[in-house]
Design a protein around this ligand. Structure first.
Ligand code: GLN
Length: 454
């Protein structure tokens, strides 16, 4: 049924870069046979899933939305893909994204735009717009995204889906094509909070192949979602972040946010106003730290090891000239912009002024979170300041595009988990997201509050 749906709507949505119909059907049939034989299978066995193209899948193209990886077939699976396959979830294919996950609209993909199923002239968010659109358009019931500065939560918000960025280190990064290694985290994109909990428990947990993987077991997320679904939040202190509302946020987004706060209060939660005074500097710090890490991570795309190789048009074929020709042809404008920003910020003489200062701001943001979580069990805000904007509207204005991430970035800088749950429709008839943040390793709190709002 999902493959039929993909065939019917892909032409207008373009959520996928690759569809693996035969493999998915084979897995589904295998699960059916195992069930028929009385074998006990995972609760999600047979439920199809779409995977963001920045995650490597053995034998299946993995381009990260870039021309530089066109034609590369990974020889191994990411840990989370291994777990998905072992549990018997048919992988429907790989979803579209901004090149190397740089963007908030999926317009920076080298393979064309994804369209928001709510209004095909609008962006589906980014960088994981393909995963969110696939779920919103009923092409896939489950999807995997990655969130470095909001790329799971913001697409979730603008497509009316649930998106979760787990605690940093709680889902293995082994097999994720790295954007910024200290910020990247993979997580679920689904239609319900309970679906996210089931998927999060499947993909999460310790992995010795990721040196930043947390050794402790995950908290019980499914149980927490079920508890939240009873609608009782008595005893839960909900911190409303002063700095993540007001100027720059659409009136309709703020109105829906206020309505949800009233619902939380009705469910028994105690609302407290908390201040995180350094959050207004998070965006500036992020757009130094991210390009710095990205410029270093992307150095491996040299025309020798993976995917595209372009030889210079004339003159000697030296390693450096192949590298220059390959990177010149293979990377898009946004990737080049960030490599230039990152190498500049890291260069001798500028390092302390830019990268060093940004790291200090990062520490201050972590302290803001520590202070806020001393007063509240979870923090809440709108996920994104606006609903989905029109395709092309911010493409020539990188700063306007970056501003979309104001509310999501602090969580990545501090490593804390975050969730976006659907928060009704704004005055323009487009979906709004409600963001919930919790302390590191307390992802279960997201599920309790998220399920109560659903
Ligand atoms: N929009 C942010 C950026 O462009 C977030 C990206 C992400 O989370 N992968 O960097």
């Amino acid at each position: 049924a999902h493959l039929d749906r993909i065939a019917a709507v892909e032409e207008s949505v373009h959520a996928f870069l690759h569809v693996s119909g035969d493999d998915a059907l084979a897995t589904a049939q295998d699960v059916d046979a195992r069930r028929a034989a009385g074998e006990e299978v995972h609760p999600l066995a047979g439920v199809p899933i779409a995977v963001k193209d920045v995650i490597v899948t053995k034998g299946m193209p993995s381009t990260a939305g870039s021309k530089i990886l066109e034609g590369w077939i990974p020889p191994y699976d990411a840990t989370l893909v291994e777990r998905i396959r072992a549990a018997g979830l048919p992988i429907l294919g790989k979803t579209n994204m901004d090149e190397f996950a740089m963007g908030s609209s999926t317009e920076h993909s080298a393979y064309g735009n994804t369209h928001n199923p709510w209004d095909l002239d609008r962006i589906p968010g980014g960088s994981g717009g393909g995963s969110a659109a696939a779920v919103a358009a009923y092409e896939a019931p489950l999807a995997i995204g990655t969130d470095t500065g909001g790329s799971i939560r913001q697409p979730g918000a603008v497509t009316g889906t649930v998106g979760v960025k787990p605690t940093y280190g709680s889902v293995s990064r082994y097999g994720l094509i790295a954007l910024a290694s200290s910020l990247d985290q993979a997580g679920p994109v689904t239609r319900t909070v309970l679906d996210s909990a089931l998927l999060h428990e499947l993909i999460g947990g310790h992995d010795p192949r990721d040196s930043t993987s947390i050794a402790d077991p995950l908290p019980n997320l499914v149980e927490s979602a079920r508890r939240g679904a009873t609608g009782d939040l008595s005893g839960v202190r909900v911190g409303v972040v002063t700095e993540l509302q007001g100027e720059g946020y659409q009136p309709g987004v703020l109105a829906r946010f206020q309505e949800s706060l009233a619902l939380l209060e009705k469910a028994g939660a105690e609302l407290v106003e908390v201040s995180c005074p350094h959050f207004p500097y998070a965006l500036a710090a992020y757009y130094l730290i991210l390009p710095a890490e990205a410029s270093s991570n992307l150095a491996k795309f040299d025309g020798m090891r993976f995917g595209l190789r372009v030889e210079p048009e004339d003159g000697p074929v030296t390693a450096e000239r192949v590298m220059a020709a390959t990177r010149g042809a293979g990377f898009g404008d946004e990737v080049k912009r960030r490599i230039i920003l990152g190498t500049y910020a890291l260069s001798a003489g500028y390092y302390d002024a830019y990268y060093g200062s940004a790291q200090k701001v990062r520490t201050l943001i972590q302290r803001d979170f520590a202070g806020a979580f001393a007063q509240a069990d979870v923090l809440v805000s709108p996920t994104a300041p606006t609903t989905a904007f029109k395709l092309g509207e911010k493409l020539d204005d990188p700063l306007a595009m970056y501003l979309n991430d104001v509310a999501t970035i602090p969580a990545n800088l501090a490593g804390v988990p975050g969730m976006s749950v659907p928060n009704g429709l704004s005055d323009d008839g487009l979906p709004v997201g409600f963001q919930i943040l919790a302390p590191a390793k307390a992802d279960d709190r997201l599920y309790r509050v998220g399920a109560a709002l659903e």
